[in-house]
Structure formats: structure tokens, C-alpha cells
Write a protein that binds this ligand. Sequence first.
Ligand SMILES: *Cc1c(COP(=O)(O)O)cnc(C)c1O
Length: 424
Amino acid sequence: MSGWAYPRIALPLGAGELAAVLWRLLTGPRADPSGAVGRFEATFAGHYRRRGAVAFCKARMAFYHVLRALDLPAGAEVVMSPLHVADYVNIIRLAGFKPVLVDLQPDGFCLDLDDLRRKTGPATGAILVTHLSGYAHDMDAIAALAAEKGAVLLEDCSQAFSASFGGRPLGSFGCAAIYSLSLLKSICTLTGGVVVSDDDRLLERLRAVQRELAPPLRGPLIAEAVKNLVIKLALLRPLFSLVVLPLLRLTATRGDRLSQFQKANKTVDLRERLPPQFLTAFSWQQALLGLGQWRSFAARESARIAAAQALYAAIPDSEEIRCPSLTPGGGNTWWLFPLLVRQPARVKAELARRGVDSAQMLLSCIPDEPAFADLGLDRCPNAKRLHERTLFVPMYHGLAPEDIRRIGEAVAACSGQSGRDASR
Ligand SMILES: *Cc1c(COP(=O)(O)O)cnc(C)c1O
């Protein structure tokens, strides 16, 4: 393939934004000089036309505080996806509840509705629906089921900032929605998480919790900003093509070094208590970064969604490679671009040879985490297969139609087909 290779990801934060946040973290005052956190929260709530938003240091802590504020009976079951940031299992347990895993569809990232129905009942306190890679669930069916079972409905929209179902934005179907603001998320503030809700009592409780948090820690934020800069440098296309991708190919048998560097949670533990740094506040420096991200949000989202739709149309279904199934009525936005691949290691190597970098899934398959082996969590065979078979190919806002065409061709070549499947 002519030209430079395509890295697997592009970071949402620009070098200028990273320089500015580093400067503010290193030289700024500790206290919020301009009410930036409140303005950021108001912008977030305003974008989704919800009554309020509250920011925390991580999405998992936003989820923790929501669970604690809901008045669920002690020990109630909280249903979640088996492909997730593994720490959500700890969060549910430390909030005083019992995690229950519901399997995914055989060929898609949404919860299997039959398994969801089977595993919900009088003991269910809450259902957390996580829209992976912007793949929208059938939220009418899930909201009806939650109402029937008397369970609180929550959404994790960390990978679905702009997605919808039946024309209605995801995040508006449940009592609250959670958005992570970590690396690669559509609004990135280094780390962070936001709860959005229309429930004034819930919002008031979350604000009361927020006021009691310890001051933000600057050290980890500075480290995260530096990590963003290092990844940004490694992804510069000439350097990536001539040095980084060849090195990744040479060391591929020992695992994917870039994924290992990117991954925020390198080990999974069964936690007995919350680490103290999880009980620190979201900082004004992050809020200013977030306000800047909202200014570029619409342009970045629409460019990415157009690229995803073009790539989806360019990839023929084959025995070897297919795209996850779409929910009828779902307004998919993608986030990363997942393929389901029968032999992911072979296809990853062949794509790399063609100058197209790719990545396997960084989320955990929770039933396979040794740290959780004694919790009696359900095996989820579909999720396990999806986890093994997912390969993310490059698709992001900076790519031109010509780039998307080349990436689609490389994928098609790996599946032994060259044209578009006439049935799609
Ligand atoms: C990125 C991501 C998170 C991250 O959570 P943090 O606690 O902010 O690190 C959570 N959920 C999903 C679905 C994510 O993609």
C-alpha cells in the first residue's frame, strides 16, 4: 500500500489542549478560580437537555455514587454487561450490591434480551445498559422490561455520546446516564466521569457527595497528560509507519505493546475497599479542558460517524470477517470500529503487513478474570467469543474518504473478498 500506515486510534485532545492543561496543572491555583466545574456540568446537561450533570474523578465513581444514592435494598442485584471495565464489579460490591452478568447477543454487542429476562426478577435493583462502541440497544424493550421488574434503569454511554434509539438520544431512557471522560472518549478530560439525570433528588444527593470529596490530585493528571503526549507522538504517521508499526509487528508474539501502554487498568483485583484516590474531586483544569472539547465536539462526532458509515458500507460480510449486528431503530454512531473476526491474530498480522494497524478489545471479559473466580459470576459464552473475535480497525474523525476506502480494501483483502456483498 502506498503512503503512510494507518494507526489504530486518534486521540481527541490536541497538542495545544494538552500543553494548556499541563501548564494549568503545574502553575495554576488549587481552588477553582472561575467556577469551571459548574460551567462544564451545565454545558454537559444542556447538551443532553437534562436537568443536571455532576462530574466525578472517574466514570466508575459516578456509577458508585449513583448506586449509593438510589435507595436500593441492601444486597440487591445489579445487572451489567460481561464485557466491561472490570472494576465495575468491585464498584457494585463496594456499594453494597451483587453483580449479575447478562450475556450478549451471539453476533452483536447488545445484551441478549432473553438472558436479561431470565436473570431479572424481584431481587434486581438496577440494570446498567452499556452501549459498546456506539451500538445502540433496543431501549424500548429494555425500559419496558425494567419497569415490569421494578428495576432502576441506568445507561453507560461512555462509548455512545451521540447515539440514539428510535430517534431519541441514548442516555435519556433511564433514571441516569454515565459518561466516561478518559482517553479516547468523545469528551476527554484526561480522566473523569459525569452523571446526567432529570431526577432532582438524585442530583442533589450527588452534589452533596461531591462537596465532601478530597481535593483533586495533580500528579496522576500530569502523568495522564504526559501519556497522551507520548501516544500522540507515537501516532504521528511518519514515525508510526517507519518505527512504531514495524516494532509492534516484530514484538507481536509477546502481545500488543501499544495496547498494554494505553490500558489504564493493567491488573484486575478483587478490591476490599475503594482506593483513597477514587474519592478525590474532578478538577477545574479538567473542566476547562472539557469546555474546550465541547466546542469541537459536533464537528468531531459528525466526521467520525460519516467515516464509520462509509467503512461499514465498504466491508463485505464473509465467513472470516463481519461487522457486529445493528439494532433496528438504533442510531449507531460507532466509537472505535469493531469487526468480528474468526482468526483475529492472523487478520491483525495481515492488516499490519498492509499498513493498517488494529487492536483487540481492551475491556475485560469479566467471567474470565481470575480475581473474580470466587464470586460465582455466570459464564457468558457469547461475550467470551465476542471478546476473542473483536478486532478494531482505524476509523476516526481525521480520516478522508480516500483513507476509509483503503482501509476497507485492506479488510476485504484479508477476508478473501474484494468487492461489496450485494446483499448488504
Ligand atoms: C472508558 C469506559 C469507562 C471508563 O471508566 P473510568 O472509570 O472513567 O475509567 C467505563 N465504561 C465504559 C463503557 C468505557 O468505555
